[in-house]
Design a protein around this ligand. Sequence first.
Ligand SMILES: [Zn+2]
Length: 242
Amino acid sequence: MPQRLSMVVRFQRLYAVMRVHMEQGWRAFFTTLFDLIAPPACAYCQRYLEKRIVFCDECMSRVQPIVSFMVPCTSTFSMTVFAAASYQEPIRSLIVAKRWSNSVASVQLGQLIWEKTYFKYASVDYLVPIPLHWSRQAWRGYNQAQEMAQVLADKRGCSVAPILKRVRRTPFQSSLSAAKRGENLKNAFTLAAGVDPVLFSGKHIVLVDDLMTTGATLREAAKVLRALNPASITAVVAARAR
Ligand SMILES: [Zn+2]
């Protein structure tokens, strides 16, 4: 990595840590400041860019857009899911980056969802990030879904509502067979303490996660949210693995 770019990466890491703890106004201020001090570079090939976008034209042309699709949740309810792309490079590296606590990647995934999906036209009052178990969040320092939700909320002018709680530390979905994935997540979520159902009744709720594989995670989360009687529940994910 060239000397100057490694400085950029250091700035990005510092900013990523600060960003998690900021109010919206401060976040906007520091984003502007960050734009001034760190030259924009492609998130995949690190090539310099003239403006701050996620990927250079060449890498972006490798992002295969996919149409929205339905995930059946119960016999009478299916959920529309918007995905920015299928799970392959260059998006894959941004999703995998969370393992090294690179929350800049989460911001970039939020940006990609905004650019590549019809989320901007969907009905939304509240964005609900899929939570990590508290022990996993403590280890990682942040939740990628929550970071992505914040980016989308800032763009859309709606609120992030972290109203789900993960009650069980489940094995990683990717380590399980398709048949065991649904079983693994049964009753994995509950409503967080102190959630006022009145706030969400008749509102449009959008679930946010980084990666969808079988849809079992979104399905279990949606089942819990249905108890709030929202007008609709849809979901956005950065990538869909098949
Ligand atoms: Zn590139």
